[in-house]
Design a protein around this ligand. Structure first.
Ligand code: 2HA
Ligand code: ZN
Length: 294
């Protein structure tokens, strides 16, 4: 019987966590991440756990995954996400260090099943050593709900990290999506292609709070990446590589902005990508930049 940690979707997730650690985006227990499993992933996990997949009334292609039938404590999320009822999430454990995910996946990660109302979870796998999901679990659930609806189910990954330069940006610029999007878009031609919808920004909110969860979900309706002021970055996409890649492009743009500020002794650049350039670049790729940020 194979191990859950060896499954391809878990390995992709581990690689994302490891990548963020190598970038220096995860001091101590900073950051967290989650992946919404496909029906095939759930079947593979059940097979690993000796739960027999199809034997539990679960069929590939069925509209909703069958409920995990092991008895486990339901833990309230404090939010409701009914369109995620019965879904399973792979998610980092609270207090775990990203640097340890690859070495100790069963301790640093776990899989949860959401209740039918999407207002509670129970643990299916992982979280070894008395662990539980990240303190940001409610936010992850609400973001998944929003992105699932907005992308017809295509988006499956939520990745949160603490890059130094993103927090520097929050010290230097107003906490305003237009200001920050424009600062990033104008640093390199790649930006308007990778995030034509811009970057969302939420204010300085308490980590792990429902207020942060709700504000992020709201911003996620329109954006795939959201800056948490004085905290970090949250990126969503269909795959781990794409979510990580989006974070990486945004961090690189912020680094260019910072370097240019250093060269010019302030944000007084001799030239930046103009709005006309942004439109021309986006048009060449069949994309429309968010008009609010032009
Ligand atoms: O998981 O990053 O936002 C630790 C955090 C909380
Ligand atoms: Zn954080």
């Amino acid at each position: 019987m194979s191990q859950v940690a060896d499954l391809e979707f878990v390995q992709d997730f581990i690689r994302m966590c490891e990548g963020g650690w190598r970038q220096g985006w995860h001091e101590r227990n900073g950051g967290n991440a989650s992946y919404r499993l496909t029906l095939e992933d759930i079947e593979a996990v059940k097979a690993c756990l000796g739960l027999g997949g199809h034997a539990f009334g679960f069929a590939v292609g069925a509209p909703e995954p069958a409920a995990f039938d092991e008895s486990g404590e339901w833990v309230s999320l404090g939010v409701e996400a009914p369109t995620l009822g019965g879904e399973w999430l792979l998610i980092t454990a609270t207090g775990s260090f990203m640097q340890n995910v690859a070495r100790l996946p069963e301790q640093c990660l776990g899989i949860i099943e959401l209740s039918e109302a999407g207002d509670a979870y129970r643990m299916v796998w992982g979280f070894e050593g008395d662990g539980r999901p990240t303190s940001e679990v409610s936010g992850h659930v609400l973001i998944h709900e929003r992105k699932k609806a907005a992308t017809q189910g295509a988006f499956r990954v939520v990745y949160h990290c603490h890059p130094t330069v993103i927090n520097a940006l929050g010290l230097a610029l107003p906490h305003d999506a237009r200001e920050i999007t424009r600062a990033l878009w104008k640093t390199m031609t790649e930006c308007v292609i990778v995030f034509p919808e811009g970057v969302g920004v939420v204010g300085c909110l308490v980590p792990g709070s429902l207020e942060l969860a709700r504000a992020t979900a709201e911003a996620a309706g329109e954006h795939n990446a959201i800056i948490w002021a004085h905290h970090g970055l949250c990126a969503t996409s269909s795959t781990c590589d794409e979510a990580f890649g989006l974070a990486h492009v945004i961090v690189k743009a912020a680094q260019i902005y910072e370097s240019a500020c250093t060269l010019c002794a302030g944000p007084y650049f001799r030239q930046a990508i103009s709005d006309e350039d942004l439109l021309r670049i986006a048009e060449a790729y069949g994309l429309t930049p968010n008009p609010k940020y032009l």
